[in-house]
Design a protein. Sequence first.
Length: 89
Amino acid sequence: MGHPARVAVIRELTEGEKCVCDLVEAAGLGWSTVSRHLSVLREAGVIADEKRGLQVFYRLALPCVTRFLDCLEHPRRYPEMHRATSCCT
């Protein structure tokens, strides 16, 4: 998820399953670039794909990433996740 395009893809998939063409449009990048990002996310187990005819559809395989991204973008919504912990006291 270390790239804004991957975050954009994940955000798009929170709305439900999407074909590659929708993800290319949402990311605002070329097909080959989006395909590389999809491959990274798929290999990490974040998304899953299914080929139907000539189109490939993607969906979130790890739905907890949605909450994780929300937590990063809106930390005040998740105060329990941002408590300081001390490992060396």
